[in-house]
Design a binder for this molecule. Structure first.
Ligand SMILES: [Zn+2]
Length: 172
């Protein structure tokens, strides 16, 4: 599994690409929504940890979520636009949607078990296959394996931040 930094980097690359094609003038808020959207699906961990459930990679990793969150974002920011005229509801919806999309693609690119794309349908999908992982707690097993991935993720994140420091985008 990819953790926070891997997902942030994936969404950041997508944002850079969108900017390159000059289709999107990424504002500061759009960037925040893009990067926030990239880690939002894994907020289901917090629910699992607090409630002791096993819902990771189900609702928040589904097409329904991918559609619902941008629609809600568009609606909310359209309402808020009355107070903040500079808001760009459509851009924000696309940004948060793109963030969630990159998250799902990265999770699926890792192979089995993938994500429950059509949740509540119980089949999970990944590149290039599908499965019904069934057994709850699939993500709790194999702690050493996860720890290694987490360490790689932290290494990626450190290198990413280092890049910004080198480019003089972050100053301490
Ligand atoms: Zn995920």
């Amino acid at each position: 599994m990819t953790f926070a930094f891997g997902h942030l980097i994936g969404a950041w690359l997508a944002g850079k690409l969108a900017q390159r094609t000059k289709r999107a003038a990424m504002t500061r808020i759009a960037w925040a929504l893009l990067l926030g959207g990239a880690i939002l699906p894994d907020a289901d961990y917090l629910v699992d940890w607090t409630l002791g459930t096993h819902g990771h990679r189900t609702l928040t990793h589904s097409l329904a979520f991918l559609l619902a969150v941008p629609i809600i974002t568009c609606f909310l920011t359209a309402v808020l636009k009355k107070k903040y005229p500079f808001f760009q509801p459509k851009l924000y919806a696309i940004a948060i949607g793109l963030g969630i999309l990159t998250h799902l693609l990265i999770d699926m690119a890792e192979g089995f078990p993938g994500v429950a794309l059509f949740w509540p349908h119980e089949t999970w999908y990944y590149f290039f296959g599908s499965a019904i992982p069934g057994g709850n707690g699939i993500f709790e097993s194999n702690a050493v394996h996860h720890l290694k991935r987490a360490i790689v993720d932290m290494g990626l994140g450190t290198a990413w931040i280092g890049y910004f420091v080198l480019r003089d985008r972050i100053r301490f």
